[in-house]
Design a protein around this ligand. Structure first.
Ligand SMILES: Cc1cc2nc3c(=O)[nH]c(=O)nc-3n(C[C@H](O)[C@H](O)[C@H](O)COP(=O)(O)O)c2cc1C
Length: 143
Protein backbone atom coordinates (compact mmCIF):
# COMPACT_ATOMS: atom_id res chain seq x y z
CA UNK A 1 0.00 0.00 0.00
CA UNK A 2 1.25 3.44 -0.86
CA UNK A 3 0.68 6.07 1.79
CA UNK A 4 -0.82 9.17 0.20
CA UNK A 5 -1.71 12.65 1.31
CA UNK A 6 -4.41 14.79 -0.28
CA UNK A 7 -5.06 18.46 0.45
CA UNK A 8 -7.94 20.50 -0.95
CA UNK A 9 -9.94 23.61 -0.17
CA UNK A 10 -13.56 24.46 -0.92
CA UNK A 11 -16.36 26.90 -0.13
CA UNK A 12 -19.01 25.71 2.31
CA UNK A 13 -22.61 26.43 1.36
CA UNK A 14 -24.40 28.13 4.29
CA UNK A 15 -24.22 25.48 7.03
CA UNK A 16 -25.70 25.09 10.48
CA UNK A 17 -24.05 23.49 13.48
CA UNK A 18 -25.97 20.28 12.76
CA UNK A 19 -24.35 20.03 9.30
CA UNK A 20 -20.86 20.37 10.74
CA UNK A 21 -21.68 17.87 13.48
CA UNK A 22 -22.96 15.42 10.85
CA UNK A 23 -19.81 15.79 8.76
CA UNK A 24 -17.63 15.20 11.81
CA UNK A 25 -19.65 12.25 13.11
CA UNK A 26 -19.41 10.53 9.72
CA UNK A 27 -15.75 11.40 9.38
CA UNK A 28 -14.75 10.05 12.79
CA UNK A 29 -16.55 6.74 12.13
CA UNK A 30 -15.63 6.18 8.47
CA UNK A 31 -12.05 7.41 8.67
CA UNK A 32 -11.34 5.23 11.70
CA UNK A 33 -12.63 2.18 9.82
CA UNK A 34 -10.64 3.11 6.69
CA UNK A 35 -7.44 3.95 8.58
CA UNK A 36 -7.59 7.51 7.29
CA UNK A 37 -6.09 10.40 9.26
CA UNK A 38 -6.16 14.13 8.72
CA UNK A 39 -7.61 17.47 9.64
CA UNK A 40 -10.56 19.63 8.64
CA UNK A 41 -10.43 23.41 8.96
CA UNK A 42 -13.73 25.33 8.77
CA UNK A 43 -14.22 29.05 9.27
CA UNK A 44 -17.62 29.67 7.65
CA UNK A 45 -16.05 30.82 4.36
CA UNK A 46 -13.60 27.98 3.70
CA UNK A 47 -13.02 24.33 4.26
CA UNK A 48 -9.48 22.99 4.04
CA UNK A 49 -8.98 19.28 4.52
CA UNK A 50 -5.96 17.00 4.71
CA UNK A 51 -6.58 13.28 4.16
CA UNK A 52 -3.87 10.65 4.68
CA UNK A 53 -4.07 6.93 4.04
CA UNK A 54 -3.84 4.22 1.43
CA UNK A 55 -3.88 5.68 -2.07
CA UNK A 56 -7.03 3.89 -3.23
CA UNK A 57 -8.90 4.69 -0.01
CA UNK A 58 -7.94 8.37 -0.14
CA UNK A 59 -9.05 8.48 -3.79
CA UNK A 60 -12.46 6.95 -3.05
CA UNK A 61 -13.03 9.16 -0.02
CA UNK A 62 -12.10 12.30 -1.95
CA UNK A 63 -14.50 11.37 -4.77
CA UNK A 64 -17.27 10.97 -2.19
CA UNK A 65 -16.44 14.20 -0.35
CA UNK A 66 -16.06 16.25 -3.55
CA UNK A 67 -19.60 15.24 -4.59
CA UNK A 68 -21.04 16.42 -1.24
CA UNK A 69 -23.52 19.31 -1.84
CA UNK A 70 -22.45 20.98 1.40
CA UNK A 71 -19.51 22.62 -0.39
CA UNK A 72 -18.60 23.97 -3.84
CA UNK A 73 -15.48 24.93 -5.74
CA UNK A 74 -13.48 21.96 -4.49
CA UNK A 75 -9.86 22.66 -5.49
CA UNK A 76 -7.03 20.17 -5.09
CA UNK A 77 -3.77 21.53 -3.70
CA UNK A 78 -1.91 18.21 -3.45
CA UNK A 79 -2.32 14.50 -4.01
CA UNK A 80 0.76 12.35 -3.87
CA UNK A 81 2.78 9.72 -2.11
CA UNK A 82 3.77 10.64 1.44
CA UNK A 83 6.73 9.47 3.53
CA UNK A 84 4.78 9.59 6.78
CA UNK A 85 1.47 10.69 8.23
CA UNK A 86 1.55 14.24 9.57
CA UNK A 87 -1.80 13.90 11.40
CA UNK A 88 -1.30 10.33 12.61
CA UNK A 89 -3.02 10.98 15.95
CA UNK A 90 -6.40 11.91 14.48
CA UNK A 91 -8.92 10.24 12.16
CA UNK A 92 -10.08 13.81 11.48
CA UNK A 93 -8.86 16.71 13.56
CA UNK A 94 -11.50 19.44 13.50
CA UNK A 95 -10.16 23.00 13.56
CA UNK A 96 -12.76 25.72 14.00
CA UNK A 97 -12.03 29.44 13.79
CA UNK A 98 -11.65 31.80 16.74
CA UNK A 99 -9.18 34.37 18.11
CA UNK A 100 -6.63 31.67 18.96
CA UNK A 101 -6.64 30.31 15.42
CA UNK A 102 -6.75 33.79 13.88
CA UNK A 103 -3.48 34.77 15.59
CA UNK A 104 -1.71 31.74 14.09
CA UNK A 105 -3.28 32.27 10.66
CA UNK A 106 -2.02 35.90 10.56
CA UNK A 107 1.57 34.61 10.80
CA UNK A 108 1.08 32.77 7.52
CA UNK A 109 -1.50 35.03 5.86
CA UNK A 110 -1.31 38.61 7.15
CA UNK A 111 -4.41 39.64 5.18
CA UNK A 112 -6.52 36.86 6.69
CA UNK A 113 -7.30 33.27 5.76
CA UNK A 114 -7.26 32.70 2.00
CA UNK A 115 -6.02 29.36 0.66
CA UNK A 116 -5.84 30.71 -2.89
CA UNK A 117 -2.72 32.74 -2.00
CA UNK A 118 -0.76 29.66 -0.86
CA UNK A 119 1.24 28.09 -3.70
CA UNK A 120 2.87 25.25 -1.77
CA UNK A 121 0.56 22.75 -0.15
CA UNK A 122 3.35 22.00 2.35
CA UNK A 123 2.86 25.50 3.78
CA UNK A 124 -0.87 24.83 4.18
CA UNK A 125 -0.14 21.51 5.88
CA UNK A 126 2.28 23.23 8.29
CA UNK A 127 -0.39 25.83 9.11
CA UNK A 128 -3.03 23.16 9.74
CA UNK A 129 -0.64 21.17 11.91
CA UNK A 130 0.14 24.28 14.00
CA UNK A 131 -3.59 25.03 14.28
CA UNK A 132 -4.32 21.43 15.24
CA UNK A 133 -1.70 21.54 18.00
CA UNK A 134 -3.08 24.82 19.37
CA UNK A 135 -6.79 23.97 19.15
CA UNK A 136 -8.43 22.22 22.11
CA UNK A 137 -9.83 18.81 21.10
CA UNK A 138 -13.38 18.63 19.74
CA UNK A 139 -15.66 18.08 22.75
CA UNK A 140 -17.81 15.56 20.83
CA UNK A 141 -15.38 12.89 19.68
CA UNK A 142 -16.25 9.61 17.98
CA UNK A 143 -18.48 7.54 20.22
C1 LIG B 1 -15.88 19.39 3.74
C2 LIG B 1 -16.31 17.98 3.96
C3 LIG B 1 -15.41 17.06 4.48
C4 LIG B 1 -15.80 15.75 4.69
N1 LIG B 1 -14.88 14.85 5.18
C5 LIG B 1 -15.25 13.57 5.35
C6 LIG B 1 -14.32 12.61 5.81
O1 LIG B 1 -13.14 12.90 6.08
N2 LIG B 1 -14.76 11.34 5.97
C7 LIG B 1 -16.04 10.95 5.71
O2 LIG B 1 -16.36 9.78 5.87
N3 LIG B 1 -16.93 11.85 5.27
C8 LIG B 1 -16.57 13.14 5.08
N4 LIG B 1 -17.49 14.04 4.62
C9 LIG B 1 -18.90 13.58 4.45
C10 LIG B 1 -19.06 12.84 3.14
O3 LIG B 1 -19.20 13.73 2.07
C11 LIG B 1 -20.32 11.94 3.21
O4 LIG B 1 -21.44 12.72 3.55
C12 LIG B 1 -20.18 10.85 4.28
O5 LIG B 1 -18.92 10.22 4.18
C13 LIG B 1 -21.29 9.82 4.09
O6 LIG B 1 -21.10 8.83 5.05
P1 LIG B 1 -21.82 7.42 4.88
O7 LIG B 1 -21.34 6.85 3.54
O8 LIG B 1 -21.35 6.64 6.06
O9 LIG B 1 -23.30 7.71 4.90
C14 LIG B 1 -17.12 15.36 4.40
C15 LIG B 1 -18.02 16.29 3.88
C16 LIG B 1 -17.64 17.58 3.66
C17 LIG B 1 -18.61 18.58 3.11
Amino acid sequence: MFLSRLVYFSHPVPLGNADVTDILTKSYANNYLENLTGALFYNGSWFVQVLEGARDIVTQMFLKISADPRHTGVTLMEFGTAQQRLFAEWEMRYIGAGPLQEAIIRKYMPAGFDPTVIAESAAMVRLLRELADATPPDPSPRS
